[in-house]
Design a protein around this ligand. Structure first.
Ligand code: XUL
Ligand code: CO
Length: 434
């Protein structure tokens, strides 16, 4: 046992002072026709919680992981899996997400990596059988190894693209073996550092083809889940091709991938793209491509991906309005792609952070459900468009008016009265229900 001083986290309600209890996340509580656990499918991110040891560009690791002492990579990976499973069970979560080399250290050759992955996935499969813990999604880390410094599927060197192909094949195999429900592509270094040395069109064509053959391979091998692309505008590249939801949707449609691929929206990536989290969710939902969420938050002052645990109730409530109206996510869930600060060195800090994250989503869901069902919010929004529900507005929506018709209608109509957008009232309703 790695967390022997901590017992299973329970729901104790809003009045509880226990930092190791849920105040709002009541797993079995039904909201909008579904249990909270089904709405969210909360997952832990293997890389942040069990691999990242608190390094930053200026400092050495600060987190001493008790499962990271063996010099034998297989034993170290098994210890890590034991710690991860103990943690997930104690949190009362059902899922985790992983990169191939989060599970086990990469070998010196592809063959050695494949053998290692095979051993650790055997071990994890056994642990899954003994628990109810599932894989929300798997992915390949095609960005850390120096060979990927110029990208993976968009690398100008075909040999690197082929190597990325081998790695993605192995990561898909591991995801299928562990019963993964989805498979993610975050374009780690798929982008450019300088447009001067980059043939963007050629690189995007390569990426389109690469994703197509990855999909085909997974489908041929029985994978029934969704593929997700996770938009991010920059970091590590100056410009990343999967910039934001709208860009990715355009890309997927251009390369004929729109039926198999959906989007995994990460809060801090949205804000880096100068969008709100809510905006990115809405764009994905409107394209019927809202697949999953990477939950975290950025920092108002810092312009990089700080990956802090979510705690902004207004932001998450507005996001849950989009989420509920969209009927939730397609196949995915809510993965805490977040890390504790490097000075949060106590084992309990990891629990406290995830409890806070689950509670803010649960609280926001309850509030958003009430806003939709009991407040004037829905009607106010609908009424702004009421001129399209009747008369010429309706005829326009039926595509039966041309530009000359609009001209005639405008000339015949009398004085136009201005209609308030009521923004402050909308904002007050959100605040009132929080
Ligand atoms: C990086 C990021 C990744 C992806 C998976 O910003 O979010 O961890 O979620 O590769
Ligand atoms: Co992410």
């Amino acid at each position: 046992m790695y967390f022997k001083d901590i017992s299973k986290i329970k729901y104790e309600g809003k009045g509880s002072d226990n930092p190791l209890a849920y105040k709002f996340y009541d797993k079995n509580k039904v909201v909008a026709g579904k249990k909270m656990s089904e709405h969210f499918k909360f997952a832990i991110a293997y890389w942040h919680s069990f691999c990242g040891k608190g390094t930053d560009p200026f400092g050495a690791p600060t987190l001493n992981f008790k499962w990271d002492y063996s010099s034998d990579p297989i034993l170290a990976a098994k210890d890590k899996a034991d710690a991860a499973f103990e943690f997930i069970e104690k949190m009362g979560f059902d899922y985790f997400c992983f990169h191939d080399y989060d599970l086990i250290e990469e070998g010196k050759t592809l063959k050695e990596s494949e053998d290692r992955l095979s051993k650790i996935t055997d071990y994890i499969k056994g642990k899954q059988k003994a628990s109810s813990i599932k894989v929300l999604w798997g992915t390949a880390n095609c960005f850390s190894n120096p060979v990927y410094m110029n990208g993976a599927a968009t690398n100008p060197d075909f040999n690197i693209l082929a190597r990325a192909g081998a790695q993605v094949k192995m990561a898909i195999d591991a995801t299928i073996k562990l019963g993964g429900e989805n498979y993610v592509f975050w374009g780690g270094r798929e982008g450019y550092m300088s447009l001067l040395n980059t043939d963007m069109k050629r690189e995007l064509d390569h990426m389109g083809r690469f994703l197509t053959i990855a999909r085909d391979y997974a489908r041929e091998n029985g994978f029934k889940g969704n593929f997700f692309i996770e938009p991010k505008p920059m970091e590590p590249c100056k410009h990343q091709y999967d910039f934001d939801s709208a860009t990715v949707i355009g890309f997927l449609r251009e390369y004929g991938l729109q039926d198999d691929f959906k989007l995994n929206i990460e809060v801090n990536h949205a804000t880096l793209a100068q969008h709100t989290f809510q905006h990115e969710l809405q764009v994905a939902a409107d394209a019927n491509m809202l697949g999953s969420i990477d939950a975290n938050r950025g920092d108002y002052q810092n312009g990089w991906d700080t990956d802090q645990f979510p705690n902004n109730i207004t932001e998450v409530t507005e996001a849950m309005l989009v989420f509920l109206k969209a009927g939730g996510v397609h196949g995915g869930g809510v993965n805490f792609d977040a890390k504790v600060r490097r000075n949060s060195v106590d084992a309990e800090d990891l629990f406290v952070a995830h409890i806070g994250g689950a509670d803010i989503f649960a609280r926001a869901l309850l509030i958003a459900d009430e806003i939709i069902n009991s407040s004037p919010y829905e009607n106010l929004r609908k009424n702004r468009y009421s001129s399209f529900d009747k008369g010429n507005g309706k005829v326009f929506e039926e595509n039966k008016l041309d530009l000359s018709d609009l001209c005639k209608i405008a000339q015949e109509s009398g004085q136009i009265s201005l209609q308030s957008g009521k923004q402050e009232l909308f904002e007050n309703i959100i605040n009132q229900y929080i």
